[in-house]
Ligand binder design. Structure first.
Ligand code: EPU
Length: 463
């Protein structure tokens, strides 16, 4: 058996609007208009919907997932499920998944490198067919993102796994429950284990599990399907395997990354955005952090709005839930550029999550990168040579320019910076944004921003 292959780069799916010609590429043009004000509704998250679609594979009857976002990752995941023989229909934000006719255990190679979902399909395919082939996983280039926790857990539960040049081959006669302690509370590995343990023979005890809201939401969906899952204190799940699961219906909870990002869109421009569709409990640390910087909130059962007379700088470190999530990091750094004084952001989860910083600097932001931990907890990547901290000297006017999106969350930081800048910004590489954000252009237009899709000449790489 060979080792864990390196993760394949994020090549864009045709359906997500990636560059199609050598001469031009899709772009967004942003012209700032001053304070952004108004209402935005968020739907279920990219990182929630796709996992629910995979979980539906485990049932004997169809599932119905509503409040789905209109994002490229749903189309990619639907394509993979259909290639296995699974029925998928997504209409008006409702996904009906019919797993009864799954007959193939091979996710085709054309899905190689598109997102992180294939590895999550291994457990469900082993239960259904006893074999699985999944191509190399992709997703954002925000770190090495190895699969060792997933693979070690699957092996512990009785799967035979081999890496090939093209992906991962797995087989199992009958998967067994096991005691698994994760070296780090990985979201994806926790989801792999939950979706494998629910139909395994016997009991699985999972320690040091991730408890992100999207993970808990998935566990509750599995329980709704008939799974026996107990949640214990101290990051422990106890799962007793059952014989079969039935399809279930679920209305996805609101995307906390989008919700935070739109609240920041209001704050960074000196306006006020009211976000509907994401509950307060999913944003507790985002809200308390922004409150610490001087932001004020109106919170109701159905909406959250934020505004500020003046924002002060802050020192923030990313962490697993309930800490400040890594996906909130880039919008927050964009906000730091507009807070007078010195702010610090320390990234502890992924080792390559500051690739958007050079473009912000090109827009006039004063940001320095350090590979010194400027926080109190250890990073996942001790010894790595990539920067884990940034120091932002905020308060100066940003200037619009042409920038290329490195990854989904970094890309959104460009839109925020562009909204606060002087002059026009052209953003290329927007297929990343279309993969993960629900109708962003429409949402920003609703807030008053002058933003449109165009085709522009392919930019020269940033030196
Ligand atoms: N890790 C390992 N080995 C593994 C799995 C993870 O070393 O087998 C490491 C990772 O390299 C990382 C840390 O553990 O340093 C945490 O990774 P985790 O598994 O929690 O992340 P993930 O499941 O790959 C999901 C989201 C990310 C989000 C993280 C953290 C999806 C598809 N992706 O990734 O979302 O940042 O959890 O909350 O659910 C995004 O949406 O832009 C995004 C990157």
């Amino acid at each position: 058996m060979s080792g864990d292959p390196s993760t394949k780069n994020d090549t864009a799916a045709p359906s997500t609007g990636a560059p199609t010609s050598e001469e031009t590429t899709p772009a967004w043009i942003v012209n700032p208009v001053g304070p952004l004000r108004g209402d935005v509704s968020v739907r279920g998250s990219k990182n929630g919907v796709t996992k629910h679609m995979v979980a539906a594979m485990l049932a004997d009857t169809p599932s119905r997932i509503s409040n789905c976002p209109d994002v490229g990752d749903v189309a990619i995941t639907a394509g993979m499920l259909e290639a296995l023989g699974c029925g998928v229909e997504v209409v008006d934000g409702v996904a009906n998944i019919d797993p009864r006719f799954i007959e193939s255990s091979r996710v085709p190679l054309r899905f190689s490198g598109l997102n992180r979902i294939p590895i999550l399909m291994v457990g469900p395919l082993l239960h259904r067919i006893g074999h699985a082939f999944v191509p190399l996983v992709g997703g954002d280039e925000i770190g090495a993102r190895p699969l060792d926790f997933h693979v070690d857990a699957l092996r512990k539960m009785g799967a035979e796994i081999e890496f090939t040049a093209e992906g991962l081959e797995a087989k199992a006669v009958k998967l067994q429950g096991a005691h698994i302690e994760l070296p780090y509370p990985s979201v994806g590995a926790t989801e792999t284990i939950l979706m494998t343990a629910v139909l395994a023979e016997g009991r699985t005890v999972l320690d040091n599990a991730a408890t992100e809201p999207e993970v808990i939401e998935l566990a509750l969906f599995l329980q709704r399907m008939g799974a026996r899952i107990e949640m214990r204190p101290n990051r422990r799940f106890i799962i007793d395997g059952v014989e079969s699961l039935s399809g279930a219906a679920h209305h996805l909870k609101g995307d906390r990354i989008e919700a935070f990002s739109y609240l920041v869109a209001g704050l960074i421009t000196g306006g006020e955005v009211r976000v509907h569709g994401c509950s307060q409990d999913r944003l507790v640390t985002a809200i308390s952090t922004l409150q610490g910087m001087g932001a004020r909130f109106e919170i109701t059962d159905s909406s959250i709005s934020a505004w500020a007379d003046k924002l002060t700088p802050a020192a923030v470190q990313t962490d697993t839930h309930p800490g400040f999530m890594t996906d909130w990091q880039s919008p927050m750094v964009a906000l730091f550029t507009q807070c007078e004084g010195i702010s610090v952001m320390y990234e502890t989860v992924f080792e390559n999550r500051f690739t958007y910083v050079p473009a912000l600097k090109q827009m006039g932001a004063q940001i320095e990168l350090y590979n010194t931990p400027l926080g109190s907890i250890e990073t996942r990547f001790v010894g790595s040579s990539t920067p884990c901290s940034v120091v932002v000297s905020g308060g100066n006017q940003l200037i619009g320019t042409q920038v290329d999106v490195p990854d989904i969350r970094g890309g959104f930081a460009y839109v925020l910076a562009a909204a606060a800048a002087e002059g026009q910004t052209t953003i290329t590489g927007t297929h990343h944004l279309d993969r993960g954000y629900n109708r962003p252009i429409e949402n920003f237009e609703q807030l008053g921003l002058d933003i449109k899709r165009v085709d522009v000449a392919v930019p020269a790489p940033l030196l």
